[in-house]
Design a protein around this ligand. Structure first.
Ligand SMILES: [Zn+2]
Length: 162
């Protein structure tokens, strides 16, 4: 399960909308070992492609070094799909090098709504996980849950213990 603040999800979606129709990508860092995604780092898609993303190697080196210095880990690695569903492509799977990361995908193919899904990708195996979006700014106990791109109609209290 990925627990993530709505403010960070909103920032990721805004980044994805800004770069649409190219894919957007980035990282949300958090304290090493905590599994908490706290620091949003939007990055360049060096491929500037509508079907592919690739971190700029110099930027990636700098961002990963900075996380090391701050004792952080890449808790979330995100990118957008701009014409297809929010599911990892074969290329995404082959490039997924962080077995501890949550791979968050946002689809911006619909103009008015986003599909947000999260996956673990370990040794080529993709496993979808639940996403808990925490409304910390409004009410720390109000938690909405997204799964398989469904609309956020259900409140999942299991997600609120944080
Ligand atoms: Zn992709």
């Amino acid at each position: 399960m990925l627990s993530i603040d709505r403010a960070i999800v909103d920032a990721i979606v805004a980044h994805a909308r800004r770069d649409h129709p190219d894919e957007a990508c980035g990282v949300v860092a958090g304290p090493a070992g905590s599994d908490l995604a706290t620091r949003h780092i939007p990055m360049e898609n060096a491929a500037r492609s509508m079907t592919f993303y690739e971190f700029d190697s110099m930027e990636q080196l700098r961002v990963w070094r900075e996380m090391d210095d701050r004792d952080e880990a890449p808790v979330v690695i995100y990118h957008s799909h701009t014409a297809t569903e929010a599911y990892p492509s074969r290329t995404d799977v082959s490039f997924a090098g962080e077995p501890d990361a949550h791979y968050l995908l946002v689809s911006t193919r619909e103009p008015d709504s986003e599909e947000i899904r999260s996956f673990r990708i370990v040794a080529g195996v993709v496993t979808e996980e639940k996403v808990c979006i925490l409304d910390a700014g409004v009410d720390p106990h109000a938690v909405q849950s997204y799964m398989f791109g469904q609309s956020p109609a259900t409140v999942d209290y299991e997600c609120s213990g944080r």
